[in-house]
Design a protein around this ligand. Structure first.
Ligand code: SIN
Length: 485
């Protein structure tokens, strides 16, 4: 039973054109992955709902895009304040539908809200250019104009922050947005939207169409003629399909896709710091983030010490219900994910890997998997090649800097990479040579609204956060002014 200070935040209808409406396809069950219990039922939207939302967003765009940035900023700031004031309730809603520990959920609310705050400030500083003219009768200028209606699909692993990271800059730029949250986690999106409405953001500017028919709703959000831009966070496989759909209308697109992050520990590293940060980046959200450490490379001279310390830290994790105050590691999103983890472990075992700790379904059952450490990982194992997206730490060893860089770059992904060394020359060399959108030296923590987050290669297109994040929502118009004597 979910108890909230403000129970009206538990919205169960979709929010389209400023109204709370039933879904064209009935309802969806929202269940708690910690125990499989029903949290509530929400509207199951369909293509007709998505179409209505896009058309309302197109109508709202005509006025929203013309409101001065300073005024939009005031409304966004009010939305930010309401999100922060309701962080406890929003966190509880998230833990109920997603499973992550309550402290992580409340932390995510602040993270998601930080994008709204940042872009409320940033939108007042978006500048076009005055370009030195090429002849005296002409003047040359550029304008930055909002791209239009944004279609957006967000994932279940960050039900709030990925919306903040897209809706913040979109609305600040003068765009309107239609959000399709993950089928598993509609409640966080609906609660955010309720607060946007309370903040006075006009009808049609932000809509949420939750629904289980992602393909049908996704088609509208990528192909409707009124869509100016599409943005997605999720798997590379789905991102490729959505990109293909966007190509028919040549829509502008941003994609934040899968990762396969290396975590490199050199012989000269501060081992205790490396262990602490490896734990943070590997086990955050039960290993279910695109930037989670995936392949741990430890230089031979420190492999034994690092492994021993990491094992101890993993065994200290408290697996449990996210509402339990002692829990550090919640459930996986569903039983399929549990089976996936078991398959990774079985594959490693069959190829000679050592299961140092964990390795099976947790005694709590359901969606819980034991935090696991595997050593002796070799190139032929799935753990060395695929995105794990769960609580398995997989260690490989290496001998030299050149060798580990080559191995770390040997993937089609390029989102985040981590490395630990106390050699300043190596800090710079490795940063320059890793083929990743985000490189993190001597730290496993980097997420912030003020810097760009984006992947290279098949990890995505475009950036979110920082000044780059809002640029994604503008078109540049060149004004060539003639007849000036
Ligand atoms: C993600 O996993 O895609 C988001 C992680 C973050 O923003 O820190």
């Amino acid at each position: 039973m979910l108890t909230l200070k403000d129970p009206s935040l538990l919205r169960t209808r979709n929010f389209i054109d400023g109204e709370w409406v039933a879904g064209g396809a009935g309802t969806i069950d929202v269940t708690n992955p910690a125990n499989g219990e029903l949290v509530t039922r929400t509207a199951n939207g369909d293509a007709a709902d998505a179409t209505r939302a896009v058309e309302a967003a197109a109508a709202a765009f005509r006025t929203w895009s013309r409101i001065p940035a300073k005024q939009r900023a005031v409304l966004l700031r009010d939305w930010f304040n309401l999100l922060m004031a309701n962080a406890e309730d929003l966190g509880a809603i998230m833990t109920a539908e997603q499973g992550k520990p309550l402290y992580e959920s409340v932390g995510e609310i602040a993270y998601g809200a930080s994008f709204i705050e940042y872009y409320a400030e940033e939108c007042k500083r978006v500048m076009g250019d005055t370009i030195p003219t090429i002849s005296n009768d002409r003047r040359l200028q550029t304008y930055k104009q909002p791209v239009g209606v944004v279609g957006c699909i967000t994932p279940w692993n960050f039900p709030n922050a990925m919306i903040g990271r897209k809706a913040g800059p979109a609305l600040a730029a003068g765009c309107t947005i239609v959000i399709k949250p993950a089928t598993e986690t509609p409640l966080s999106a609906l609660a955010m939207c309720d607060l946007a409405d309370r903040a006075g953001i006009p009808r049609g500017v932000i809509s949420v169409v939750a629904g289980s028919n992602s393909r049908e709703i996704g088609k509208v959000l990528t192909q409707h003629q009124n869509i100016g831009k599409f943005t997605f966070t999720g798997s590379t496989a789905v991102g490729k399909k959505l990109m293909e759909q966007c190509s028919t209308g040549v829509k502008k697109i941003s994609l934040e896709l899968g990762g396969n992050a290396p975590f490199i520990v050199f012989d000269d590293a501060n081992i205790d710091a490396a262990v602490t940060d490896c734990m943070g980046t590997k086990f955050r959200n039960c290993g279910q983030t695109c930037v989670c450490t995936n392949r741990i490379y430890v230089q031979e001279g420190v492999a034994e010490e690092f492994t021993e310390k990491l094992k101890k830290a993993i065994e200290a994790l408290q697996v449990g219900d996210g509402f339990d105050k002692n829990t550090t590691t919640g459930p996986l999103v569903n039983q399929t994910a549990v089976h996936d983890m078991q398959a990774f472990v079985d594959d490693a075992k069959s190829k000679g890997g050592d299961i140092v700790t964990g390795g099976g379904v947790h005694k709590l059952g359901h969606c819980f998997f034991e935090p696991t450490l595997v050593t002796g990982v070799t190139a032929d194992m799935r753990l060395a090649n695929e995105e794990i997206f769960g609580p398995i730490a997989a260690i490989q060893t290496f001998t030299s800097e050149d060798e580990v860089i080559e191995r770390a770059n040997n993937t089609e992904f390029g989102l985040a990479a981590y490395y630990f060394t106390r050699d300043i020359g190596r800090v710079i060399r490795v940063a320059e040579r890793l083929e990743y959108g985000i490189v993190c030296s001597n730290s496993g923590v980097f997420s912030t609204e003020v810097a760009p987050f984006g992947g290279w290669k098949q990890s995505g297109i475009g950036s979110e956060g920082g000044k780059e994040g809002i640029a994604e929502y503008f078109e540049t118009k060149f004004h060539s002014m003639g007849g000036i004597e």
